[in-house]
Write a protein that binds this ligand. Structure first.
Ligand SMILES: Nc1ncnc2c1ncn2[C@@H]1O[C@H](COP(=O)(O)OP(=O)(O)OP(=O)(O)O)[C@@H](O)[C@H]1O
Ligand SMILES: [Mg+2]
Length: 304
């Protein structure tokens, strides 16, 4: 099987979040010497004109022209980040999620804004971002922007780390590989976080009056985290790795840690050790793509 092509896909729709996604992706493409492929999709519903009515062809033409114009602007913005970038653009007359999912085949990653144009301000994550995080063929990076676009989200500090959530699952192994590569490319440290949920212990202790020493469990979990990280320092001697074990539900722990030590990127696997067979996006990743303020990468093991 061929590996991915050295191309980063970006979903463009003219929204502030897509603009933030474009800037993030252009910087990453510049570091990786990768090409950018900007994808804009327009979809005119056939119900648009009312039952039994034809949509005037002008509507399609106008939508296509608007998309082409917005892509031209986006291309100019990307070249402002790095004039040497190779930037391709394509317009698709289909649902954005379908166009982006198809484009994600063989891509290094697909980068989208957390929400698009014209959505209710209380929605934190748009359907394109959520569907891609669940179904894309490549890693997906969701870049958040302030819902009203003003003020823009604070940029990560110059030496902000890359953060990764590890639970010992094969998916979190691929998340670790992605995070190490990002950290190395940026010259950034890596913060590896492992949460263990002590809430079930509270219940046991109430029922059985057991004496449980949580610090002993902390030590066990620390050992597991160190085991998962074994070999990372040899593969990436340039990346300084900090290991953190946190008590509490994984999603809450990662969210809290990403607020305490704001990373330039938070990386998780699509699935973890829990969940049920066939689940495409676990609850930890689901929570983080919605609520984390920083860009979140969801990395998956592609099923053949
Ligand atoms: N305890 C944890 N500590 C740190 N990171 C975690 C932990 N659990 C999960 N993660 C991160 O989140 C990713 C997705 O796991 P998630 O928990 O969302 O899925 P799941 O275990 O399959 O399903 P669920 O937990 O919802 O039943 C993992 O690959 C890992 O990167
Ligand atoms: Mg889990």
């Amino acid at each position: 099987m061929n590996g991915p092509e050295n191309v980063i896909i970006v979903g463009i729709d003219g929204s502030p979040a897509a603009q933030a996604a474009l800037t993030w992706a252009a910087k990453d493409a510049s570091r990786r010497k990768a090409a950018l492929h900007l994808v804009q999709s327009f979809f005119v519903s056939i119900e648009y004109a009312g039952p039994g009515m034809m949509v005037p062809p002008q509507v399609f033409d106008d939508a296509r022209k608007w998309a082409q114009r917005s892509l031209r602007d986006a291309r100019t913005d990307a070249l402002r980040v790095d004039p040497d970038l190779v930037v391709m653009t394509t317009v698709h007359a289909e649902r954005p999620f379908v166009a982006l999912r198809n484009a994600s085949k063989n891509a290094l990653m697909t980068v989208v804004g957390s929400r698009g144009m014209g959505m209710m301000s209380e929605i934190l994550l748009g359907s394109v971002a959520m569907n891609l995080a669940t179904h894309a063929h490549s890693p997906v990076v969701v870049v958040h922007a302030d819902p009203d676009g003003d003020p823009p989200p604070a940029p990560a500090a110059p030496h902000a780390p890359v953060m990764v959530g590890l639970d010992g699952s094969p998916e979190s192994d691929v998340a670790l590989a992605f995070a190490l590569e990002e950290a190395s490319l940026r010259g950034a440290p890596l913060v590896a976080v492992h949460g263990w949920d002590d809430a079930p212990l509270n219940g046991f202790q109430r029922v059985y009056a057991l004496e449980m020493d949580r610090t002993v469990i902390d030590e066990d979990e620390r050992r597991l985290l160190a085991e998962q990280l074994a070999g990372s320092a040899t593969r990436y001697p340039d990346v300084k790795i900090r290991q953190l074990v946190e008590r509490g539900h994984a999603g809450a722990s990662l969210l809290r840690t990403s607020q305490d030590i704001p990373p330039c990127l938070l990386v998780v696997g699509s699935r973890g050790r829990g969940g049920f067979a066939g689940l495409l996006l676990g609850s930890t990743s689901h929570r983080l793509v919605i609520h984390a303020a920083c860009p979140v990468a969801v990395v998956r093991i592609e099923q053949p």
